[in-house]
Design a protein around this ligand. Sequence first.
Ligand code: MRU
Length: 370
Amino acid sequence: MEVLGEHYRTIWLNDDNWSVTVIDQTRLPHHFQLTHLSSLADAIDAISNMVVRGAPLIGATAAYGICLGLHADASLESLRNAAKGLKAARPTAVNLQRVVDDMTSLLSPLPEYERCKVAYSFAAELCDADVKTCYQIGTHGLAIIEDQWRKAKNEGLQRLNILTHCNAGWLATVDWGTALAPVYMAHNSGVPIHIWVDETRPRNQGSHLTAWELAQQGIPHTIIVDNAGGHLMQLGEVDLCIVGTDRTTRSGDVCNKIGTYLKALAAYDNDIPFYVAVPESSIDWQISDGLLEIPIEERDGREVSHIQGQAENGELQEISILGSESNISNYGFDVTPSHLVSGLISERGLCEASSYGLRSLFPERFPDYA
Ligand code: MRU
């Protein structure tokens, strides 16, 4: 995507061919700042402190984290150490666990002198594949938006209102995004869209990241507080919802940023289509029950008690917004059961949110039914 007219991915290998650069997402929307990762510890910190975030980008950063660990020491012990540290960085997005497991299986049997080179190739290919996947999700999602727009136009509407939660745009992936890829393509092909952007407390991925992304691409959008979506749906101001996912089960239950479930409930009650953009890399084929089997991250209460903003001198500042000694709970994600999801948009196309639907697109993942 373009930032101030220049094309960026969210992560790339530097000219030295071993260190990595990422966009520091903790400083957006106020400062567009790049950060250098030159060790395994840098990669782990970037993931756990949300310098990078979003399931696909966390996976890509983990891949380069393994590379950086092996660049310093290519022994088997170092590989195991990197895998353990990275997996503990964040629990919910399955991409992280999958990438680390895949790389560990690929690299462990190799002789030490080959490990690092193969790891870097794996990471580069993973990033390219992620861009392609998101592009394909975009094209499949575009068909849904065009279809909704045809209906809206027939009803005399001037624009199509789409609601999204959190950030599932290009910042959450290597490029294009998952839920926002169809939005970018619709905008590029002239569909008059307007996006309702959920603020997404406590980390404000909506108001800080999604809104910034959309503004960069010139897409009309409005930031709303997290509780406003249901009201807008009742007023007929939302035609379609599209969100991303951090982990989707083989039965189509969708785990995504906290608050997604409530939007799905409101959409269901108001008969509004609620789609989830799901790259295969975010599907956990091992589990079927999202509520029982997905580890939900609980983060520091400071994310709730404090908020970051820009002071008049341009510096970013964190201020306390709570005045008491109250207890704080800070669940990062929730699970939307499959029956509330109108459909899953994957790189292979659209399917019902169910094991039957996923089997139609990914038959190789259901060998017992072959
Ligand atoms: O806590 P985050 O910012 O890493 O949360 C992940 C997300 O960005 C969202 O849940 C998103 O909708 C899924 S990732 C494309």
